[in-house]
Design a protein around this ligand. Structure first.
Ligand SMILES: *[C@@H]1O[C@H](CO)[C@@H](O)[C@H](O)[C@H]1NC(C)=O
Length: 375
């Protein structure tokens, strides 16, 4: 017991070095950053685009605390909205996108280039709450969706400022350096959209957009009741595809990217996969629009909290039950080992060993800190 505890500082040191040496982390979480950059009533469709994607990723399993929703204007409560507190992406008015369950993280004048870059890079004022931060790590797949008015190498934020493709590329590089993503799917619905990701140079980024350089992106249809266009074409056909996707669907990004017909879009959808490590027909849509769940199946109930496991197995034997299954026996043995360790810790001898070990760890830590300081 004692020599083991003496090794603890060394183990701590090793474990703090190990992660940086590891390659290709597993995919363990999903995040989404959904940004509508437009203000004003006539840009209703951009908010509807964003809310539609928001509902889709929620339906496919990304929890709200892993979604950063940025909406520059509040169409639902606009005085011109003939259907107050509601937003629709279709003239059939079947789905109110602004129902009870919409958590906007950045709204109104909070949707700025500055805040957007802070969300991506994680450089916040300490007072910013966790709900407004992208807390992804090197095992996270991040869906980044943007819509608004753009042009060659930029997208406008609220008619007041714009973000340039170089700034975006550098922000993504910072994310890469800080281990804030494993893979990114960057989708843009705006005019000349493909120019916005043309400068990206970080590994693991896949990008898709509604139009090429020199092309406009168009809205899908007008709602005579609401009085404005309610959705853009690229997002409309994306949603049409995603409506057929369930959490267990095997649909791939390749099949999604194939649905964009230039005749329907009135622009050429564009893609970029030179930085992406995998083939698109091997990547499920749900790897970005859904959520991985790290679920562990146990063959039997967890017995760690049910007291003395040895006594239980005694009881089982006396009741003439069949032999416990192998997994159960292993679990029992592990629990028994843990229990006996606790007993050592609780005894007089255990206290003594623990005391000396703590002292040694303390001394080692102090010396270690001293050594670091003189460097
Ligand atoms: C799509 O690209 C082709 C080839 O560059 C071009 O001829 C065509 O006009 C574009 N389509 C639209 C709808 O802009």
């Amino acid at each position: 017991m004692a020599p083991l505890l003496l090794l603890l500082p060394l183990l701590l040191l090793i474990s703090s070095i190990a992660p940086s040496a590891m390659a290709a982390p597993a995919h363990t979480s999903n995040w989404a950053v959904l940004v509508c950059t437009s203000r004003y009533w006539f840009n209703y469709r951009h908010m509807a685009n964003t809310l539609s994607i928001y509902h889709t990723v929620k339906r496919l399993g990304i929890p709200d605390d892993h979604i950063l929703l940025m909406l520059a204007d509040d169409m639902a409560c606009n005085a011109r909205n003939s259907r107050p507190a509601q937003v629709f992406n279709n003239e059939d008015h079947k789905l109110n996108l602004y129902g009870e369950n919409v958590e906007v993280d950045y709204r109104g004048y909070e949707v700025t280039v500055d805040n957007f870059l802070r969300v991506l890079t994680g450089r916040h004022d300490p007072a910013v709450p966790r709900s407004k931060r992208l807390l992804s790590d090197e095992s996270s797949n991040v869906l980044l969706y943007m819509t608004g008015h753009g042009g060659d190498q930029f997208i406008k934020f609220q008619d007041a400022e714009e973000i340039q493709s170089h700034d975006l590329a550098d922000a993504i590089q910072q994310m890469h350096q800080k281990g804030r993503y494993r893979e990114i799917l960057f989708m843009v619905d705006t005019c000349q959209a493909s120019t916005l990701y043309s400068q990206v140079y970080s590994p693991g980024v896949l990008a898709a957009s509604s139009s090429k350089k020199g092309e406009n992106s168009y809205s899908h249809h007008l709602d005579m009741d609401v009085g404005v266009s309610v959705i853009d074409r690229f997002t409309y056909y994306t949603l049409q595809f995603l409506e057929g996707v369930r959490t267990d669907s095997a649909a791939t990004l390749e099949s999604l990217f194939r649905v964009y017909d230039p005749r329907l879009l009135m622009s050429n959808a564009s893609f970029r996969d030179d930085l992406f490590r995998r083939k698109l027909d091997e990547v499920r849509v749900t790897e970005f629009f859904g959520s991985v769940m790290d679920v562990k199946h146990t063959p039997s109930g967890y017995s760690g909290f049910t007291g003395d496991p040895t006594r239980r197995s005694d009881r089982r034997r006396s009741e003439g039950e069949a032999k416990p299954r192998r997994e159960e026996r292993e679990a029992t043995a592990a629990a028994a080992a843990a229990a006996s360790e606790l007993e050592v810790g609780a005894g007089d001898e255990g206290d003594w060993v623990l005391g000396v070990s703590c002292l040694l760890i303390g001394v080692t830590t102090v010396l270690w800190h001293k050594a670091l300081r003189t460097d």
